[in-house]
Design a binder for this molecule. Structure first.
Ligand code: DAH
Length: 347
């Protein structure tokens, strides 16, 4: 563009373009891009006019330069106003977006809580920890040896029929009892031993009070001079803490391959106080766990001298404790994740 005439036409068209552009910008970014396309020294249209100066005849250079400067000053002023307008519009939109209606009802924040079985597990751990027990967590997949053989239940032992086992291979299985953990602990630790071991166990069993997966807690104490009396004393403290001060225990003879003697432990019915009701089926007693004095063979299997040391063990089902404690009549409720049910138990 060499002639002044051409320049003034170009200037007019640029002014026009800037004026028309003004109303279009929804975002500041778009506006800044637009402004750049005129004012940028390198890529802008007005910057470009300046560069053209070298092609303008000498005698016109002064007038050319003046005209372009006037245009640039005008554009800068104009863009300043536009920028203010764009900013004001942005602010207005933001106020609109962030408007709060203080009269609207608040959104209720739902509070989560622990599953009843987890609540029971934590309560039991607290109680046992206060009596000096440590927590050992075993694995859900076990070998036949740890789950059965080392617990004095060899391959052809009839006691294997007490538990229907999910085998993964002839050697590996889903543990049927947390008792398997006893063996690991006794193999790796010298007495005195005092542990509880909570965890999932698996059995092919399914009805209103049995689930193929459920949770147990095993307890094991091994030291010099441990007897059945120590077990009874500990259980008395334990049941009072979990079911209430009025609760007492009763031991009935039973059989487990890994304990000798073995007992079934009943608690006096905390619902009727022993008079007989629906919960205790009229007997006044409720069965809560299996226990006994650790069989000498089990100690020997783990390399513990059974003449020097003795121990007691116990195993209980956490779902069963939860069902008794919270009056739940079907174990399935503990596995269905129905919030209407779960919300009712916050202990
Ligand atoms: N493991 C047994 C079961 O699952 C429960 C049990 C009974 C564990 C007696 C023990 C025990 O440690 O001494 O039925």
């Amino acid at each position: 563009m060499q002639s002044l005439e051409e320049l003034s036409r170009e200037i007019e068209s640029i002014r026009q373009e800037i004026r028309e552009g003004a109303a279009k910008f929804a975002t500041p970014e778009a506006f800044y891009e637009f402004r750049k396309s005129f004012l940028d020294n390198k890529a802008g249209k007005i910057g470009h006019l300046m560069k053209e100066m070298r092609n303008v005849p000498k005698e016109d250079k002064a007038a050319y330069g003046k005209n372009v400067n006037v245009l640039r000053d005008w554009a800068q002023e104009h863009f300043k106003d536009m920028e203010n307008a764009v900013r004001a519009k942005q602010l207005e939109m933001r106020y609109e977006r962030e408007k709060i209606d203080v009269t609207e009802p608040a959104v209720r924040v739902e509070e989560g809580r622990l599953h009843p079985v987890t609540q029971v597990k934590n309560q039991l751990i607290d109680i046992f920890a206060s009596m000096g027990f440590e927590v050992y967590e075993g694995t859900e997949i076990e070998t036949d040896y740890y789950n059965f053989t080392a617990l004095n239940t060899p391959q052809d032992h009839p006691a294997r029929d007490m538990q229907d086992t999910f085998y993964l291979s002839p050697e590996f299985l889903l543990r049927t009892q947390t008792s398997a953990g006893q063996i690991h602990v006794m193999e790796s630790k010298k007495p005195p031993i005092k542990i509880v071991s909570p965890g999932k166990v698996f059995r092919s069993d399914d009805d209103a009070t049995h689930s193929p997966m459920f949770t147990q807690m095993e307890g094991l104490v091994v030291d010099k001079g441990i007897t059945l009396c120590d077990l009874k004393g500990m259980l008395d403290v334990f049941v009072k803490r979990i079911f209430g001060e009025e609760t007492s225990t009763r031991l009935r003879p039973s059989f487990f391959p890994f304990t000798e003697p073995s007992v079934e432990v009943d608690v006096s019915c905390f619902e009727c106080g022993g008079k007989g009701c629906r919960l205790c089926k009229g007997t006044g007693w409720i069965e809560v766990l299996g226990a006994g004095v650790v069989n000498k063979k089990v100690l020997e299997n783990c390399g513990i001298d059974s003449d020097e040391y003795s121990g007691f063990a116990f195993g209980l089902g956490l779902e069963r404790i939860a069902m008794l404690k919270y009056g739940i009549n079907n174990i399935k409720l503990l596995f269905e994740s129905d919030l209407r049910f779960l919300k009712q138990i916050n202990d």
